[in-house]
Design a protein around this ligand. Structure first.
Ligand SMILES: NC(=O)c1ccc[n+]([C@@H]2O[C@H](COP(=O)([O-])OP(=O)(O)OC[C@H]3O[C@@H](n4cnc5c(N)ncnc54)[C@H](O)[C@@H]3O)[C@@H](O)[C@H]2O)c1
Length: 288
């Protein structure tokens, strides 16, 4: 098996450095023409790709601006005629405990990570629908999935992109547009002060790119979350325990008394959609 992106066009946001640069180089090395979006350094990555024999153009748009993202998609179409892959990677941090955080810093992070992913996805969608083909990759974080002290803004935005994927995977499936999420762990300017030196040595950003390559391929699944770092890969899922029916007389006290049954991990399952979740509870009441 070899994933070949010849004649395909990829947009990677925030690709002027760190993980985004590595994703862009990996896609270009497999033949994709790549739009390198970043506020900084985009042209340098373009030159690196061209030096390696690949195809790339630079875009300096701000992902938080819908207008800039529309322009970026138009630029990709003008240069290459189609858009097959979008990696929503651009990001910033404004860490502080929630008690001390200014709301401007909360909003700035939401604007780049969550609205940036919304804006770029919106900008490429009509093209991908017309093509009846597309691969969109959200970039989340363990801070969103599991929490991290000082990162309420970042965690909320990074779980927000998972929510976006959960509905996109349903809405875009009929157009053969698959939407997945990567949770990276890598040594970059974003993490240099957050992890010990020894750990950073293991976490080469290039070791996350295989997950991007897989999720950019025709063979990509739909609606999955892949954690990737230091050469290891895992699938993350939201699961729910089997519901315990307590009937029409259910009370808070009954929940407390039955807490060990309600939280029994045996029978935990992930759920494919909101309606499937409702059905679970309706059938439970019917069958009890
Ligand atoms: N490094 C990790 O371990 C890690 C872990 C979890 C998630 N992530 C996520 O991976 C992505 C890449 O992070 P990284 O570690 O490579 O960090 P990074 O800071 O090296 O890269 C982020 C890039 O995004 C660009 N950018 C910032 N705001 C932008 C905007 N408004 N418009 C366009 N570009 C913008 C920056 O200039 C920068 O080049 C981010 O979304 C980050 O949250 C990283």
């Amino acid at each position: 098996m070899f994933f070949d992106f010849k004649n395909q066009v990829a947009i990677v946001t925030g690709a002027g450095g760190g993980l985004g640069r590595s994703y862009a180089l990996a896609l270009a090395a497999r033949g994709a023409s790549v739009v390198i979006n970043d506020l900084n350094n985009a042209q340098a990555v373009v030159e690196e790709i061209i030096k390696n024999g690949g195809k790339a153009i630079a875009n300096n748009g701000n992902v938080a601006s819908n207008e800039d993202m529309q322009k970026m998609a138009a630029q990709a179409i003008d240069a290459y005629g189609r858009i097959d892959i979008l990696v929503n990677n651009a990001g910033i941090l404004r860490d502080k405990s929630f008690a001390k955080m200014q709301l401007e810093d909360f909003k700035a992070v939401m604007d780049v990570h969550l609205m940036g992913s919304v804006n770029a996805s919106k900008a490429v969608l009509a093209t991908m629908q017309d093509q009846q083909y597309g691969r969109i990759i959200m970039i989340s974080s363990s801070s969103g999935l599991y929490g991290n002290f000082g990162q309420s803004n970042y965690g909320a935005a990074k779980m927000g992109v998972v929510g976006l994927m959960n509905t996109f995977k349903l809405e875009f499936k009929k157009y053969n547009i698959h939407v997945n999420t990567v949770v990276p762990i890598a040594a970059t300017q974003m993490t240099e002060n957050l992890m010990p030196e020894e750990a950073l040595k293991i976490l080469n950003p290039d070791l996350v790119s295989p997950a991007i390559v897989y999720l950019s391929a025709k063979e990509a699944p739909n609606g999955e979350i892949i954690s990737a770092g230091g050469g290891s890969f895992a699938r993350a899922r939201i699961v729910e325990s089997e519901a315990l029916y307590l009937g029409n007389d259910a009370s808070g006290e009954m929940i407390a008394e039955n807490w060990s049954k309600i939280t029994d991990p045996l029978g935990e399952k992930s759920i494919a959609s909101g309606p499937e979740h409702s059905l679970k509870f309706i059938s439970k009441a019917f069958s009890s």
